[in-house]
Design a binder for this molecule. Structure first.
Ligand SMILES: Cc1cc2nc3c(=O)[nH]c(=O)nc-3n(C[C@H](O)[C@H](O)[C@H](O)COP(=O)(O)OP(=O)(O)OC[C@H]3O[C@@H](n4cnc5c(N)ncnc54)[C@H](O)[C@@H]3O)c2cc1C
Length: 485
């Protein structure tokens, strides 16, 4: 087998991998980045794109005086009774380093709006990327190529090669066969989370959870699995965002997702958000909001019903329906509203879905922007007919809602919805240099992990902390690997 020599090999072309590769190469190392998919991106490109940070130019511009220590102190407020499972040292690193990394993202060409308030943060800290999360990948991959990183897509890590207790390199599968790459100074695992691994979900969460799919279907936990074979340990494997019910993403890309991540466009959007009246902006924002968002659970609290493709309810909508949804035909369901509910969910405070801090989407927004996910009919029979359901079954379901029977028409069906994991928290135990720790708690020489793969027991609840961690930990792991620490 042909063996190619590098100083640092980074596995994964999402946010953390690109950050690691850029920093390692900038330190003077010769860097190879391997990505198993045909395109870079990972969950980073799927994300809404919120990054939470103190000390940003955006905060300063509106007179907010904030600091990393307050950020560090506020974060456990999101973790609630899980707070004692957090890795306080990694949390400190995250909060201390995100201001500089936020500036690094700006220097790379990424643009944000905000900051938005999100209690219990004592001050507004959440920034949202413009025009969409592909912007991270677009700008960071350009920067990586500019500094000289060798990026190879379609290369899947299959094995880490060890020699006398030290990482020697990696083996990767490619269409042309197995390839070997040596890494003189280190390997950085930045291969994302395991929301798409049935085996990990069954092991850490349970058999029912293992049936739930992921938003990112290629997040298979390869980094965690391969490191475990070397004695590494996964922490907080039972924690995840999900299972939760989400609308399916539109089959055709929405306007906002199609927008190219050019810097001038992002700058114009940031200006427009600050200066144009909401009435002009709202139609644009709505196209952004209604991609693959979570319907508000208050729909069910107020009386909406959830039925499968046959028109049947499957247990109480108020008691974890997302766990039972994977047992329904095609794992799909619809939310049914009567006239009264449609009138309620037409305005604040009753919204159908939200994207954090940006705006709320009401029933009319779905009618206009998500015609694929909106059906309306004067009668339940007509609605059943449109959805290919048995009318009698739907009638029966309507009489037995979780709070009350459905009332008068017209009726609306929103969906299909499915049950998904958005992200999982189970990452490898690492030290403060992002070294992966082995079975005896000792660093595995030459092996580093970043982003979700190297989450190390850190709790990232609240919006914008996962991406913040991906960029902070990626940059650090890349630097340390290049130094051969
Ligand atoms: C719908 C959605 C919305 C989200 N919104 C937000 C948000 O607004 N704010 C926030 O902070 N977080 C958000 N998150 C979470 C956040 O996106 C992730 O935690 C973060 O992007 C993880 O970055 P990463 O670099 O660790 O992994 P990824 O971005 O997933 O990158 C990992 C890469 O490694 C590649 N890879 C995997 N295995 C191999 C292998 N064997 N060989 C080679 N390559 C491999 C993958 O294909 C992938 O490209 C969201 C997630 C989702 C799914």
């Amino acid at each position: 087998m042909n063996v190619l020599e590098f100083d640092v090999v980074v596995v994964g072309g999402g946010g953390s991998g690109l950050a690691a590769a850029i920093e390692a190469q900038t330190q003077g190392a010769r860097v190879l980045l391997l990505e198993k998919n045909d395109q870079l991106g990972g969950s980073t490109a799927w994300s809404i794109g919120s990054v939470t940070s103190t000390g940003t130019p955006h905060q300063r511009r509106i007179g907010i005086v904030d600091n990393p220590l307050d950020h560090w102190a506020d974060m456990p407020g999101f973790a609630g009774n899980l707070a004692d499972r957090d890795n306080a040292e990694l949390r400190r690193i995250l909060c201390e380093e995100i201001p500089e990394t936020f500036q690094w993202l700006l220097d790379s060409g990424v643009r944000f709006m905000g900051p938005m308030p999100e209690p219990p943060h004592r001050l507004p800290r959440m920034h949202n990327v413009l025009p969409n999360s592909r912007s991270f990948i677009y700008h960071l991959s350009r920067r990586a190529r500019r500094v000289g990183v060798d990026i190879r897509t379609g290369h899947q890590l299959t094995q880490i090669i060890m020699q006398e207790g030290r990482v020697l390199g990696v083996e990767a599968k490619h269409a042309s066969g197995l390839q070997r790459f040596n890494a003189r100074r280190g390997v950085v695992l930045a291969a994302g989370d395991f929301t798409s691994s049935e085996e990990f979900k069954a092991r850490f969460m349970g058999a029912q959870e293992a049936k739930v799919e992921a938003v990112n279907m290629t997040a298979t936990g390869d980094g965690q699995r391969i490191a475990e074979s070397l004695g590494a340990r996964v922490l907080n494997g039972d924690l995840a965002l999900g299972p939760e019910i989400r609308f399916m993403a539109p089959t055709t890309e929405t306007l906002m997702r199609r927008l190219p991540p050019w810097r001038w466009l992002a700058v114009f959007m940031a200006w427009a958000i600050d200066h144009l009246p909401g009435v002009i902006l709202r139609p644009f924002m709505m196209k952004f909001l209604t991609t693959a968002l979570a319907p508000s659970t208050s729909l069910f609290d107020m009386g909406a019903i959830l039925v499968n493709q046959m028109g049947e309810r499957f247990g109480s909508e108020l008691d974890k329906p997302a766990l039972r949804l994977p047992d329904q035909p095609n794992k799909l369901a619809y939310i049914i509203l009567d006239k009264d509910l449609c009138e309620k969910f037409a305005k604040w405070p009753h919204f159908i879905s939200t994207a954090p801090g940006i705006a709320y989407a009401y029933i009319e927004d779905y009618k206009v922007n998500r015609r694929d996910a909106y059906r309306e009919d004067e009668s339940l029979d007509g609605l059943a007919n449109q959805l290919g359901m048995d009318a009698n079954t739907l009638q029966k379901s309507a009489l037995s809602g979780p709070v009350r029977p459905l009332g008068k028409g017209p009726f609306v069906a929103l969906g299909p919805v499915r049950s998904v994991f958005v992200h999982s928290e189970g990452g490898l135990l690492v030290d403060h240099h992002h070294h992966v720790l082995g079975a005896e708690g000792q660093p595995i020489e030459g092996l580093f992990a970043a982003g979700s793969t190297g989450q190390g027991g850190l709790l990232l609840k609240g919006h914008g902390h996962h991406l913040a961690w991906a960029f902070v930990s990626g940059r650090r792991a890349g630097k340390f690997a290049a130094k051969g620490l």
